[in-house]
Design a protein around this ligand. Structure first.
Ligand code: AMP
Ligand code: MG
Length: 520
């Protein structure tokens, strides 16, 4: 296995002088050297062929022992020095101090086709940042991260990627629902890949400690390595950096809203500085369209990270990043201007995105009202978001004005579609049909455009759970089936039609399907 190793993070930034994984506060350093933990019986479950190519590897490499050993932490590549990053973060609105890579170990950086990629193992053992936990990950959460990050990529959502999914052969103790019923689960390791795994929290930790020197070192490094188009680091560049991060975060969240993805834990340590979706934990996909929905049971009370609140939480997190960068800028006004722009830019981008979901190309003033009315009727009775928008693309008022018949399959209980609810829907379709008359595109053109932004296949929570249940029994074929299908989420793929369906009733209240916890 030959990788073109080009380590930068751990060669250009200050290291923690202490070695080993003893828990400690790490100051004036961006990372600590660590060694992945050998595992009992590593076994490869799946590998992503595109990522192999991206990194300059081949299928033949996958067959080597070296590959399996490296992606499970049983061997360290020659010339590399694995490390865990130091970061802090706001968790559920409260400053939590130092967090850091507690169960992630960065292996190395690889340059291929003029791009730089960081490789990171999730679940490869303890680090100085593991606090009271074990640094390990279980099969269920690893399958979820592996499948979802690749699915998001193919949906066109900025995200970290995944190279491989492997069993460690070790048993890991988890209290999945935090109810005192801990049980052993299969341990697993995902090797994930991104241009960088830096988070807002990496900057916050130095600002919180008033360590402006290390903060500046890290920000300058980030700009030089990942935002070099902004120019040489200076006060103006720091402001441009903040602006770019804000724009990328906005773009990412607009995509989340488009596809119905709910991250579940938008803490500042889970916000990528590159605007990538990162740290797939108790995330979920909207089934019934419900702006108040969160998959995360830990957040059930306040629903801070509910679907409809993700745009606001993006802004809240950006405010924390702006606070962290303030010591380098020493002027509030330009940072405030960026945050204010987020609000108006978000509304504009969101309106554009929602128009596209409805197949509307022209900008008509009444569209905001039409969309707001749709969002209200969508929540009158349980209506599947993915099915609704996909079937809506087949609505052709030239042929039939019965929109309800077109989208009927999206209703979980069509019986409930009576009286006032039915009238509300009929009114909405009347308005929509009238609005479509203003468009110049043909029905076929519109349908094609709508199908390019409204996916047919998403990783519904129960689908991931079925793949997990089978994998627990030693059958990883469903992981592969979903992996293949999710590569083309906008294509019809009739061979996978059975996955183009509402959530089955058994999954409504099942753990892992509708209820997820941070325990992974
Ligand atoms: P999360 O909210 O899941 O992204 O995790 C928050 C913090 O807890 C991060 O610093 C993680 O590295 C750490 N963490 C979560 N699970 C574990 C674990 N099993 N072992 C060690 N650290 C963990
Ligand atoms: Mg995290």
């Amino acid at each position: 296995m030959k990788l073109n190793i080009k380590d930068k993070f751990n060669t250009l930034l200050p290291a923690d002088p202490i070695l080993g994984d003893s828990r400690r506060q790490v100051e004036q350093a961006c990372f600590s050297y660590v060694t992945p933990k050998p595992t009992a019986k590593p076994e490869l479950l799946h590998v992503a062929p595109e990522m192999l190519n991206t990194l300059g590897l081949s299928e033949a490499d996958v067959k080597s022992d070296a590959f399996l050993n490296v992606i499970t932490g049983n061997a360290v590549l020659e010339g590399t020095k694995p490390y865990a990053m130091c970061y802090g973060g706001h968790q559920f609105g409260n400053w939590a101090g130092q967090l850091g890579d507690g169960r992630a170990i960065n292996l190395c950086e690889v340059e291929h086709n003029a791009k730089n990629w960081a490789l990171q193992l999730k679940g490869a053992g303890e680090t100085p940042y593991s606090r009271s936990a074990d640094g390990l990950a279980v099969l269920r959460s690893s399958v979820r991260e592996y499948l979802c990050s690749e699915a998001m990529y193919h949906l066109g959502v900025p995200t970290t990627r995944a190279l491989s999914l492997a069993l460690s052969g070790d048993e890991v103790l988890r209290d999945m629902l935090y109810d005192g019923n801990a049980a052993y689960e299969k341990g697993a390791i995902v090797c994930r890949v991104a241009a960088s795994f830096l988070r807002f929290g990496n900057y916050q930790i130095f600002a919180a400690r008033q360590d402006t020197a290390t903060l500046k070192t890290l920000v300058d490094y980030t700009i030089n390595q990942h935002f070099s188009h902004l120019g040489t680091p200076s006060k103006a560049t720091y402001i441009a950096f903040m602006k770019t991060v804000s724009e990328r975060t906005l773009d990412m969240i607009v995509h989340w809203q488009r596809v119905g993805f709910v991250h579940g834990v938008m803490n500042t340590d889970n916000m990528s500085i590159l605007g990538l979706t990162i740290d797939y934990g108790p995330y979920g996909w909207l089934e019934g369209y419900d702006e108040g929905w969160t998959p995360n049971t830990t957040d059930r009370q306040h629903k801070r990270y509910r679907y409809g609140n993700q745009p606001n939480m993006g802004l809240w997190n950006l405010l924390q990043l702006a606070n962290a960068l303030y010591p380098l800028v020493e002027e509030a006004e330009p940072l405030e201007a960026i945050l204010n722009a987020y609000k108006t830019d978000f509304d504009r981008a969101s309106l554009h995105m929602k128009r596209s979901k409805l197949g509307l190309e022209l900008e008509v003033a009444e569209d905001s009202a039409l969309i707001a009315e749709l969002e209200a009727v969508l929540q009158l009775i349980e209506t599947d978001m993915t099915l609704f928008f996909r079937t809506l693309s087949a609505f052709n008022p030239e042929e039939s004005t019965d929109g309800l018949a077109t989208v009927q399959n999206a209703f979980y209980n069509p019986e409930a579609l009576k009286a006032t609810v039915k009238i509300a829907w009929e009114n909405w379709f009347k308005a929509y049909a009238a609005r479509l008359k203003k468009e110049t595109a043909t029905f076929e053109e519109r349908q094609q455009r709508m199908c390019a932004v409204n996916p047919k296949y998403v990783l519904r929570n129960y689908m991931a759970q079925r793949a997990i249940d089978a994998a627990e029994q030693g059958d990883s074929s469903l992981i592969d089936e979903l992996f293949q299908m999710l590569k083309k989420p906008y294509d019809e793929q009739p061979e996978y039609e059975k996955w183009y369906a509402k959530r089955p009733d058994w999954a409504r209240h099942k753990v892992g399907c509708s209820m997820l916890s941070c325990s992974s």
